[in-house]
Every structure is written in structure tokens, then in C-alpha cells.
Design a protein around this ligand. Sequence first.
Ligand code: ZN
Length: 389
Amino acid sequence: MSQDLYELLGVDRDADGDTIKKAYRRLARQYHPDVNPDPSAQEHFKEVSRAYEVLSDPAKRASYDRGGDPFGGAAGFGQGAGFSFTDIMDAFFGGAGATGGRGPRPRERRGQDALIRLEVQLADAAFGVTREIKVDTAVLCTTCHGSGATPGSKPVPCETCRGAGEVAHVQRSFLGEIRTLRPCAACRGYGTIIPDPCRECGGDGRVRSRRTLTVKIPAGVDDGTRVQLAGEGEIGPGGGPAGDLYVEIHVAPHPTFTRNGSDLHCTVSLPMSAAALGTTLTLPTLEADVVTGEDTDSGLETSFDLDVRPGTQSGSEQVLRGRGVPGLRGGRGDLVVTLVVETPTRLDARQEELLRELAAIRGEEAPSGQVRATHKGMFGRLRDAFNGH
Ligand code: ZN
């Protein structure tokens, strides 16, 4: 190391120990890898640590002042970089706040959340439903009431850590003593030991159980919606509070309706003549799924009339406002009906005669076929994108 150690720390040659200490602390705050991720800062921190290691030790400092090699033996050379920023700060601030000190950890902790899947019909998701579900979670052990100790016995303070739940590890270094606290291995950090664990739960304070819950699915849920049941999840260890239960909704496919957000879609076919002349179709509603035979006073419409205008084209859509799925926050989507006009495939002699007569009247006996641009599909749009349209 060619650079002057006093210059590295930015202090005078006659600086006292306290000044050197303050200078190093300031530089550690600036360059320690925990606070400064820059690789050059890391290198610089190693150098100032080496300088401090020499100048903070009166014997090494005197040897350096006389022109000797302060790194003779090289033990502990530049070790400052091996300590965390908090370790260094703790060493300077007297070590009263050794790192990691949190005291014993409680046996009682909050339980985990649980998740179960529930398949419902489209109408149940749309209008809401109440279902009974079976859940398998940890519940409170009734033998020890969560304490984990056999009834009549009690947890006793851990002898290894004297109830602190952690033990100190002391490392000596040029910075002084660095104390770190680690969880006590004998009591696993609890500070107490259960001498006679409950036989029912093995000392955990909980057992697994299957129970039946009633869950209210609100109207408007969709595939993947999670309904939260507070406090119905896994109970915590040591009798701690239970986590929450999430019921994840899966909506079964419907034979008639498909759902897109809060809109419903369906396809209705009708004969060519009805499309030409116009008609009224009676169609089932999604509500029909939730109305049972005798349930006539529910006020729910099980069917509705769809007016088909004369001259309706195949593939045309009719949007019925407010006949879709209710939203979770109110409102209701639309029902989109796609009409498909069916061309008759089998004609008897009389039907064929009538159609030929109609064709003659309309001058459609030898249609030329009107050539039109194909409606732009995926390939058309891609081609346009390539051509820069
Ligand atoms: Zn128990």
C-alpha cells in the first residue's frame, strides 16, 4: 500500500484516537458495501479499513510512524470489510444495541391463509348463491387449548438462554468486541421449554380437522374471483389467531350463454322465412337456471321476447341492455344475441315450386353473384401492418 494512511482517513499526522475513530465512522457511512453498492466504493472501504486498523492501534501506529511495515504478519489484514455496516456502527456506539436482539419469540403466532376452489354454475356466479363447503385446516387442540403443554403442566424457562430466547456470540476484532445475538438452539428461540408436550397435538397447540362452512357467494363473481372468509383459515401455532380462508370461484361452462366480463353472449338460429318476414322469438333468460318449478313468485323472468325485424341478416347482432350479468359493484351488463339465418336443406315439390316462383318474381333466377371485398380478417390486418397502412 503506497498511499499514506493518514491521507486515506483524511486526518492530520498528530490526530488523536477519537478524531481517527470519527473519521473512520464517517467514511464507513459513505463507502460501506451495505450502504454504497458501487464496486469502487467497496475497494475504497477496504483501504480505509486497513488504514483504521493500523492507526487505531497505538503499537501499530507507532511502528508505521517510524517507517515500519504496519501489515507485518498480516493477521486481520483489512478485515473491516468482513463486518456488516450495523456491526461497525454497534462497535462505535458502545455495543449496547447488539444486532439481532429481539427477545424470545412468542409461541403464539398467526396462522396461515388457506385457499380452496369452488365450482359454481354461471347463474350462481351471476346472481349469488349460498353453498356449504368442506374445509380441511388446523384447528385449536381442545386437549391443551393451544398451549401445547399436557394439562396440569406448564412451559418452564429455558436454562440455556435464561428465558431470553437468544444467546450472544462475541467476536473480537480491531473494531472492538462485536456481539451478535442468535436464537437459542435449546428452546428454538422461545425462551421456554415444554417439559411435557400435549399428546394430542405434539406440543403444536393445534390439530387438523375437517369441517363444514357456509359460504355466501356474492352476485357478480367471475372465474378466478376469491371470496375472503376472515379467520376461517389455519389456526396459528400455540393458539394464535387463525388466518383467512379464500374461496376461489370457478365458473362451469354454460350450454347456452358464454360470458365476457358482465356481458352475456348467445347465438339463436331462425328460419330464412322468419328472418325475411320478421318475427318474435321467446328466449330463456339466465335467471331461468335459478328458478325452480314451483318458485313462481320470485319475480324473476324466466324468458323474454326478442323482436326480429323483417329483413334480418344472418350474423347480425341484437344487444339487449341490462340482460347480462350483475356487476360486483352494481349495474348490469348486456345480452348480445347473434342471429343465424338457416337456409332450408330439404324441399318437397310444393316448397321448391313456391321458392322458384318467388325467385322468378324477384328476378333472382340467375343471380350473377355480387363480388365484394372480404371483411378484413387477421391476415388482412397483418398485411396492412406490413405495408404500412
Ligand atoms: Zn394439544
